[in-house]
Write a new protein. Structure first.
Ligand SMILES: *Cc1c(COP(=O)(O)O)cnc(C)c1O
Length: 425
């Protein structure tokens, strides 16, 4: 009897995320990775042009990350984080806070981007409750994506992702992305809601990822944030995707003068090697939870909060991230993207080509409606798969978001695959 392949065995027992299991092609079985390359069980290599769902920043199987993980695994693998602490958690907090935009003083650990957002939302709500004020409304941007748990879904734009759950989500007021023209309109909308009832404003600075790699300017954002801050609306910067160099600077909020009250981090935090989430906050937020009254405690925590293995690989990732070579790589990718952007601007198959740091994105002109369910996505996925490039479009939006270690030659291969696609369409 012939032995089943890994993907065939997978298809008998596994339910994949964001996958229509009835029609999806068999998954590619990946058995190892090295730098920007992934290898399947037949030893074919693929260029990881989307950083394994935007998480991988330094490449796969990075030896420094592997070493730190292994060392920590022989020391301490896990410990309850309530009433106990450990070296990697403390060191990581000590090293992350000074890297962040001014004013962040405390680190709260959790498991992923969605939980980092949940923690920030709960901090914001309870901050006001602890202060004896009733503020329960949230502001967010249209097309926002902040995660798949219920709180995170609530502050995300209503879409095909949330449709089934819409009536169970809490109410959020969704704002247009700010431009130099509409900022005053947005402010009057917030004024109509009454700023004194709004707990917080959560946003993805400069680029909305899952919403379709939608990019917007820092200056009008900063103006809006400044107004919110003046009106005591707490600011939650969701840098889960933009953090750790993705938009060029270390954090996208470095493009704004206004500083957030809370920052959510995950994806690039461990170099994309393990699940870990972080919510940081200012001392203003933190201090509002200090009391002799136990009811003012933040009652939130996960079994694996501040897992020592995850914290130690985050430290390893920081070593690589803070080396000047990392910023140089990001700049190199940005320059290459910039040249390719000029090409895309000349194509009549492409609309709205755009670039931010290490991310280049554009929409394909199709006869179907734009958006996540556009049928071209399945075709595109297959097209690139055959060319051994891992690109996963968001509907008719294609984007390249590579690990920073991708070589010029590999990047050129990715562009070539896109060029070929544009010729064929
Ligand atoms: C991916 C993402 C999240 C959710 O992170 P998970 O780790 O997938 O739960 C939240 N916010 C933004 C901006 C993201 O891109």
């Amino acid at each position: 009897m012939q032995q089943l392949s890994l993907s065939a065995r997978d298809q008998q027992v596994i339910w994949h995320p964001y996958t229509q299991m009835q029609t999806a092609p068999a998954p590619i079985a990946i058995t190892r990775g090295e730098g920007a390359l992934l290898f399947d069980d037949q030893n074919n290599s693929y260029i990881d042009a989307t950083s394994s769902w935007w998480v991988n920043i330094h490449g796969h199987a990075h030896p420094h990350i592997a070493e730190m993980l292994s060392k920590q695994a022989f020391q301490l693998q896990h410990i309850i984080f309530s009433g106990y602490t450990h070296p990697p958690a403390v060191e990581l907090a000590e090293r992350i806070l000074p890297l962040l935009p001014e004013g962040q003083r405390r680190v709260f650990y959790s498991d992923n981007g969605s939980t980092a957002v949940e923690v920030a939302l709960k901090m914001a709500l309870q901050y006001w409750d602890n202060k004896g004020q009733r503020r329960t409304k949230f502001l967010a941007f249209k097309n926002a994506y902040h995660g798949d748990t219920f709180g995170a879904m609530s502050v995300s734009g209503r879409s095909v992702f949330t449709r089934v759950f819409d009536e169970l989500l809490f109410e959020v007021h969704f704002l247009d992305l700010p431009t130099t023209d509409n900022t005053n309109d947005i402010i009057s909308q917030i004024n109509e809601l009454d700023p004194a009832t709004i707990a917080a404003f959560i946003f993805e600075p400069l680029i909305q990822g899952a919403g379709g790699m939608l990019m917007y300017e820092a200056e009008p954002l900063d103006q809006l944030l400044h107004w919110c801050k003046t009106n005591q609306i707490l600011l939650i910067a969701d840098e889960v995707m933009t953090g750790f160099g993705r938009t060029g600077k270390n954090f996208a909020m470095e493009n704004c003068h206004t500083t957030p009250d809370m920052i959510c981090l995950s994806k690039g935090l461990t170099g994309g090697s393990m699940a870990l989430g972080v919510t940081t906050c200012t001392s203003q937020i933190y201090d509002a939870f200090l009391s002799n009254d136990k009811l003012k405690t933040l009652f939130h925590g996960h079994s694996f909060t501040a897992n020592p293995l995850a914290c130690s690989v985050a430290l390893a990732s920081l070593d690589i991230f803070t080396d000047p070579a990392c910023a140089a790589n990001r700049e190199r990718i940005h320059q290459a993207h910039q040249a390719f952007l000029k090409e895309l601007q000349l194509s009549d198959k492409v609309k709205n080509p755009r670039l931010q740091g290490t991310i280049i994105a554009f929409d394909l002109i199709t006869t179907n409606a734009d958006g996540y369910t556009n049928n071209i996505a399945a075709f595109l996925h297959q097209f690139f798969r055959e060319r051994r490039v891992m690109l996963r479009p968001l509907g008719n939006t294609l984007y390249v978001l590579p690990p920073y270690c991708i070589t010029d030659a590999q990047l050129e291969e990715v562009y070539n695959a896109v060029r070929e696609l544009l010729q064929q369409l």
